[in-house]
Design a protein around this ligand. Structure first.
Ligand SMILES: Cc1cc2nc3c(=O)[nH]c(=O)nc-3n(C[C@H](O)[C@H](O)[C@H](O)COP(=O)(O)O)c2cc1C
Length: 178
């Protein structure tokens, strides 16, 4: 059994990213894996202040929800970042979360693999390239961690438009076979 942490950065309830995350989780749970879901819309998350106090403390000095989440992330086997594409990039809230994970840079982490789930409006899967690159930049800073792949759901604008597409099956299959 693997422990998988899914970080869903979409604030749009029942939106396209939510559907991707839900299908991935369904597959992973059916596979017997443990899933820890963090919905960024439900937590208190400030911007990183860049003080680097975390270098010594291995936690953050800010009094929001990040410290309560770090142990679970550290002890996961796999991390999955889910994001809508905003201006050809990951959402600002996901980038903020990556920055706030900086205390983990100074810890021994269990996670070895990172995946991503993206949704965007235009029909071109290349629209995810910059977001993938951003996540690869994060991954590169953690030794022994590899970016393994993503579901790039292209062509969905309104809430739940993704429902009848093959991308939900792709997300489910990824979870099931991860
Ligand atoms: C601020 C903002 C910027 C966006 N930028 C892009 C973009 O650059 N390319 C694109 O294809 N879609 C863009 N979109 C559309 C969303 O990616 C799309 O609607 C996606 O399905 C939203 O996912 P959600 O339902 O999880 O919120 C943007 C949406 C917003 C709100």
């Amino acid at each position: 059994m693997k422990k998988i942490t899914v970080i869903n950065s979409s604030f749009r309830k029942n939106g396209n990213t939510d559907h991707l995350a839900a299908n991935f989780i369904k597959g992973a749970k059916e596979n017997g894996d443990e899933v820890n879901l963090i919905n960024l819309k439900d937590i208190r998350l400030n911007f990183c202040h860049g003080c680097l106090a975390c270098e010594k403390l291995k936690k953050c000095v800010q009094n929001d929800d990040i410290n309560s989440l770090l142990d679970d992330i550290q002890n996961s086997d796999i991390l999955v970042f889910a994001s809508p594409i905003y201006y050809y990039e990951m959402s600002g809230q996901l980038k903020t979360f990556l920055d706030r994970m900086n205390p983990l840079y100074y810890r021994e982490n269990k996670f070895k693999y990172v995946y991503a789930l993206f949704a965007c409006a235009n029909g071109n899967e290349d629209s995810m390239d910059r977001a993938i690159n951003g996540i690869k930049g994060f991954v590169e800073c953690f030794s022994g961690v590899t970016f393994k792949g993503s579901v790039n759901a292209a062509g969905f604008t309104s809430i739940g438009e993704i429902k009848d597409s093959h991308y939900l099956q792709d997300a489910y299959d990824l979870g099931k076979n991860i």
